[in-house]
Design a protein around this ligand. Sequence first.
Ligand SMILES: NC(=O)c1ccc[n+]([C@@H]2O[C@H](COP(=O)([O-])OP(=O)(O)OC[C@H]3O[C@@H](n4cnc5c(N)ncnc54)[C@H](OP(=O)(O)O)[C@@H]3O)[C@@H](O)[C@H]2O)c1
Length: 288
Amino acid sequence: MRTAVLGAAGQLGRDLVPRLAGEVVPLSRADIDLEKPDTIAAYLAAHRPNVLVNCAAYNFVDKAEADPIPAFAANGLGVRLLAQACAAGGVKLVHVSTDYVFGLDAARTEPFTEDDVPGPVSAYGLSKLVGEYATRAASPGHLVVRTCGLYGVWGSGGKGGNFVETMLRVAAQGKPLRVVNDQRCTPSYTADVAEAIAGLISTGASGLYHVTNADSCTWYELAAEIFRQSGVVADLTPITSAQFGAPARRPPYSVLSNAKLGATGITPPRPWQEALAAYLAERAKPRA
Ligand SMILES: NC(=O)c1ccc[n+]([C@@H]2O[C@H](COP(=O)([O-])OP(=O)(O)OC[C@H]3O[C@@H](n4cnc5c(N)ncnc54)[C@H](OP(=O)(O)O)[C@@H]3O)[C@@H](O)[C@H]2O)c1
């Protein structure tokens, strides 16, 4: 089996590539640029992997509010073209999406299942929802995996790092940290998410699945746990999203249920505190 991975140099892609069975072909923007339709058609005309995993996305959530065109080009139209080209070539498309397809249901307090109706509150979330629907409409046998709050040892290419590293860096500089305490979700370790995605692919799963670490926290609670586990004393204050004032709205609650994943026989990822401990141990090791 040959599996191509677009976004292979991203934080999720880098953890997924070594966990996939068979021949794996890492792809970058030089192979397929989701904002350039010709590159999508050209790649799939010339190459026929059995599976194509799309870990690539335009994920500048705040920038997308002021200028949503690149987000919709890559995450919406680009994914639609990718799904259509995969369908035409008999390639199974595995597409990665986000908890940010939720948020409109502000009164929600129970984890979202795959059957819940999405409702994004940001341009980025809406662009990712377009990509989900486009995948489902165009690509038979597709697999869409929603995940949440990713951090991995390779860091987000576009964003230059991840939340954990940002917290540790700012605390090391002795600066005060004001972190939102009214957005509840499940920050997830890319190694764990990659393991579950590889498991879903190996079992031939199709349809929509939620894959995150278990349980939930706010970003403030995550920051507090980072410092607790790292033995760092930080000047950390909880604030509201309104006080933080980010350009894009975030879901107040976007916890995803892993129950459907568990029903496949794949062990759902561990609780987020355990995953964080594993990440903190892993980040300390030298990497090639
Ligand atoms: N990060 C999170 O917290 C989070 C949460 C939930 C869901 N997700 C989803 O999880 C997936 C992986 O996210 P990640 O955090 O691993 O992202 P990442 O580290 O920022 O990596 C994204 C990758 O996508 C590539 N890319 C961006 N625009 C592209 C384009 N137009 N054409 C081709 N490649 C392009 C980037 O390549 P370049 O280096 O060339 O830009 C990069 O390799 C995405 O679908 C994202 O929406 C992420």
